[in-house]
Design a protein around this ligand. Structure first.
Ligand SMILES: [Zn+2]
Length: 412
């Protein structure tokens, strides 16, 4: 390896940083509620910025509120080696999802700074804005705008349930920057993250070398019926969207099972209009999430779902609208970056395996613009998007060491 192959991150400092960050938006059940562009998100961003400045980094903020902590290299015109993730959480989120990737990156900056390492290329740690999509949909908004998957205008106009817009909230918390939200030249990009699934733990591996990300489709399905009284109206005279919904929901799970073990189907939200105990609802809106790591398979799942919806709605004489609200294509990560991670893991001697990400990440959009890969570490019971989310300090340190060494391999 290189001259810096003996450098290691500071495990205790990484853990302490995670616990300090977790105090911002801490919930009673030990998790975090720190949704994008809230005052708590501002506090988390301020804390990161302070720490990065203490490690002698320059802070750049772009128009969509992504933060770049930049550590200059010998050749400052050369493309940067970057890493990063997100600081926002789900409403009942944990301490590690996203935060780990940011603070593992901060730890890399601190190690380079305290050892006075001069890298050839600049090193940057990014905090991507609104990865979770919990308050403002869609998810991965900051990296989505940056990579050209969403316009700045559309992102600014996006509103939360209270009607507050991304543009106004960015301004309110002081993170509407002036740097254009477009990629600057990047040599390589990495993201450390908890796995958010049970595979590494089950296989007793400390590191997952992530080779790609599953494809994803989000649908909003609205079924329209005719509201009527629950008592006097005979069953055969109804146009009841709930009756059409049942076989559709069942079919979603069937699709996942038929395309196992990687097929996934999730019904995350069901709303009825008007929602009264003794009235057939006028309409129903269902959110469906389908995933698979094979592009052909997920297209086939999507086609079959649309067919089933048509059949069921005809059968129960209800109207429907099936709207695809978000799509992520299957991502295969850069062999260059996957190799760097593999070389680093082998040199460090941690138990490891190759793995595909079941969740979407900012790296998906970053991968469209730069050679990219990810590093996974196990989380307890595979639990994530949950206040009980937990990870072992040893595993987190191992992942951060892999990140440090993979970045060093790419920086000269
Ligand atoms: Zn995440």
């Amino acid at each position: 390896m290189n001259d810096n192959s003996t450098l290691r991150i500071n495990q205790q400092r990484l853990w302490d940083s995670l616990m300090q960050m977790a105090e911002i938006g801490a919930t009673n059940k030990g998790g975090c509620n720190r949704q994008a562009l809230t005052t708590l998100d501002k506090q988390a961003r301020d804390l990161f910025v302070r720490h990065a400045q203490q490690a002698n980094c320059d802070i750049l903020i772009d128009e969509i509120g992504n933060i770049f902590a930049r550590r200059p290299g010998k050749n400052n015109q050369s493309p940067a080696v970057i890493t990063g993730s997100h600081l926002d959480t789900q409403p009942t989120g944990g301490k590690f999802d996203g935060v780990y990737g940011v603070l593992a990156g901060l730890e890399v900056l601190r190690v380079l700074d305290e050892n006075n390492i001069e890298t050839q290329h600049p090193i940057e740690v990014v905090v991507w804005m609104n990865e979770e999509g919990a308050r403002f949909s869609p998810a991965c908004m900051g990296s989505g705008v940056w990579s050209g998957n969403m316009t700045l205008h559309d992102a600014y106009q996006t509103r939360d349930k209270e009607g507050l817009s991304v543009g106004d909230e960015l301004e309110r918390i002081g993170y509407k920057g002036t740097l254009p939200a477009t990629p600057r030249p990047i040599k390589a990009a990495f993201e450390a993250h908890i796995e958010q699934g049970p595979i590494l733990e089950k296989q007793q591996k400390q590191i997952g070398i992530v080779t790609g990300i599953q494809g994803l489709r989000w649908y909003e399905l609205t079924l329209g019926g005719v509201p009527c009284h629950a008592g006097p109206t005979p069953m055969e005279d109804r146009k009841d969207p709930v009756q059409a919904m049942l076989p559709i929901l069942q079919y979603c799970y069937q699709l996942a099972a038929d395309n196992g073990p990687w097929g996934r189907a999730t019904i995350g939200d069901i709303k009825t209009l008007q929602g009264s105990p003794n009235t057939v609802p006028e309409s129903l809106t269902i959110n469906i999430d389908l995933r698979h790591p094979d592009a052909d398979v997920i297209s086939e799942m999507a086609r079959k779902l649309a067919l089933k919806v048509t059949q069921c709605c005809q059968q129960y004489d209800v109207t429907y609208q099936l709207k695809e609200t978000w799509r992520m294509e299957v991502t295969n990560f850069s062999p260059l970056c996957v190799d760097a991670v593999t070389t680093a893991v082998n040199a460090l001697g941690y138990p490891h395996m190759n793995i595909v990400s079941g969740a979407g990440h900012d790296s998906l959009y970053v991968a469209q613009q730069a050679p990219t890969s990810m590093i996974f570490v196990p989380c307890e019971g595979g639990l994530s998007h949950n206040e009980a989310e937990n990870a072992a300090s040893d595993d987190l340190a191992a992942g951060a060491n892999v990140l440090l060494q993979a970045m060093l391999l790419q920086e000269n």
